[in-house]
Design a protein around this ligand. Structure first.
Ligand code: 13P
Ligand code: SF4
Length: 369
């Protein structure tokens, strides 16, 4: 199998799972450099105080709400009104009546706010280079071809997709509710072919749910996509950390390159289920607070340690890999967040025809919780 023809391809689930570790799932788009001020240590205390004060003043003056993803630099999280995972930010954004929604995250999350916004609202993103390697794997044309070949087929798109892909989908889901959405679709369409995309590790997770519900994998298709940051977290990272910290629990984002191997270990009873869990970034906050373990291995982007540590200050959080940093998310900085509010840029707009079609699957994602 040629790895370059397989990356982004749609395969029957069994074939996709068998190919997971043979396919090069590297980013199909260029990964930007980290701006120097993505590291809060590179901003002076005076500048930080000025930016925080100005952001506070502008929020009030313009009736703006600032939303920040859990992977934002610490100082951006500190300036935000709301910090959370992709699902939570979309839910809070949908419910808000603020005149301006500024979201420090990545473009597919900004697009969701733009699709769901009220007529008087403006959606802003601090930087237009905040893309996503996982979303870049998904191609709307391939989905249309799959639907033509599988009449009656249902498409479940992960939240990390752009509006053209969501417009081809029946359902969207986020990591926080992937299990619920997939179970809902399996039950609602008992014999329809199903396509889950674009993340093959989350696809593996969907496959396990299908099996747990006593169904064959024959009707499930997966796309060979991955996030370059999470794909880099391999099973050995978890094994090494568990050896280094005996008694630690592990919490793993289901986009990780270690997901299939770690889930298999739990299923085979080699690791207790309460000591190894698969959660969204926000789900990790809850898990760390509730777990009796004092040390938690966290397999996701390193800045997620900030909201997790804030919520559970007595616990020790050990990133599974310190290399797991998302350069796309880090295009957002305290400085460009301030400039976004000050200059009311960059306004995120969406094609109205695509928005109309993408709205239904997004609403389903927001409502199945
Ligand atoms: P969450 O839905 O957990 O926020 O994940 C989104 C994402 O991009 C993770 O890399
Ligand atoms: Fe996309 Fe990965 Fe960055 Fe999340 S961490 S925004 S999936 S590239």
């Amino acid at each position: 199998m040629d790895k370059h023809t397989v990356r982004g391809a749609i395969l029957p689930a069994k074939e996709a799972i068998e190919a997971i570790h043979r396919v090069d799932l590297a980013s199909p788009i260029e990964i930007p450099d980290f701006p120097s001020d993505a590291d809060p240590a590179n901003i002076s205390a005076d500048e930080r105080a000025f930016l925080h004060a100005e952001i506070k003043r502008l929020k009030k003056e313009k009736n703006a709400l600032v939303l920040a993803h859990n992977y934002m630099p610490r100082d951006v999280q500190d300036a935000a009104d709301v910090v959370g995972d992709s699902l939570y930010l979309a839910q809070v954004g949908r419910a808000s009546d603020a005149n301006i929604l500024v979201e420090a995250a990545v473009l597919f999350m900004n697009q969701i706010l733009s699709i769901m916004k009220k007529p008087h609202q403006k959606v802003l993103a601090p930087h237009l280079g905040a893309l996503c390697s996982l979303a870049a794997h998904a191609d709307a044309g391939k989905i249309r071809a799959w639907k033509a070949a599988h009449p009656g087929g249902k498409v479940i798109s992960y939240v990390n997709t752009y509006i053209d892909v969501k417009a081809e989908s029946d359902y969207c889901c986020a990591s926080a509710n992937a299990a619920k959405v997939v179970q809902h679709v399996i039950k609602t369409y008992p014999s329809a072919p199903l396509l889950f995309l674009p993340d093959v590790y989350l696809g593996f997770y969907a496959a396990k749910l299908l099996e747990e519900m006593g169904e064959s994998l024959d009707r499930l298709y997966l796309m060979m996509g991955a996030c370059h940051v999470h794909d880099g977290i391999r099973p050995y990272h978890i094994e090494e950390k568990l050896l280094e910290y005996p008694g630690a629990a592990a919490v793993i984002h289901p986009e990780c390159g270690c997901t299939s191997a770690c889930m298999t270990k739990v299923r085979e009873g080699k690791v207790a289920a309460d000591m190894m869990q698969f959660r969204s970034t926000q789900g990790m906050v809850k898990f760390v607070k509730e777990s009796p373990a004092q040390v938690i291995i966290m397999a996701t982007e390193v800045d997620n340690a900030y909201p997790v540590s804030k919520a559970a200050p007595g616990k020790t959080i050990i990133p599974a890999s310190r290399e797991a940093r998302c350069a796309f998310m880090k295009q957002n900085t305290l400085k460009n967040l301030y400039e976004a509010l000050r200059d009311e840029k960059y306004v995120i707009t969406v094609d109205p025809k695509l928005a109309k079609r993408a709205r239904k699957p997004i609403e389903r994602m927001l409502d199945i919780v």
